[in-house]
Design a protein around this ligand. Sequence first.
Ligand code: URA
Length: 209
Amino acid sequence: MDNVTVVDHPLVQHKLTLLRDKNRSTAGFRRLIKEVALFLGYEVTRDLPMTREHIETPVAEMEAPKLMGKKLVFASILRAGEGMIEALIELVPSARIAHVGLYRDPDTLQPVQYYFKAPDDIADRLVIVVDPMLATGNSVSHAIQLLKDEGANNLRLLCLLAAPEGIAAMQERHPDVPIVTAAIDSHLNDHGYIVPGLGDAGDRMFGTK
Ligand code: URA
């Protein structure tokens, strides 16, 4: 699929299987989400612009590669995005964080906004939108539109699992936003859950059900 990267690294796929297991404890689920987020974060930042800096090692001088600027925003879609953000901040400690609070109306499956806060200079930054589950794509598309309305013009979407329906929605509404995911599952069920999926990511990471 155009603009979609599936991270098929054996460690990611193994950990994803452990995450999907309905008998995984809350603690285990949290730990695995964080571990997989580190791998996905590695992939989504693969082509960050680089520069070189003159340094001295204990042995010699060299022109060493370095990130060009640390102009990055991780935009967490509340609340499930929070489970991945911690790992991403470990990878890029200077990144700014945006929060978009959305919940899905259980009847219409449409996103309802309750919070939005983003850095003022978002137009100058690469924005990596973080939501573990790309299901209908309604919430993510809505969040991306809010970020674009604030000036964001260079965005990527990082998710753990994607449904074909969600990818199609993103490609229709935001074809400029590349997607990085660990897997593309079969379909959505009547309740908008990804099949086979892993259930409600927020409930499983926060232990609310
Ligand atoms: N959100 C979830 O947490 N799980 C799904 O399967 C779909 C949306």
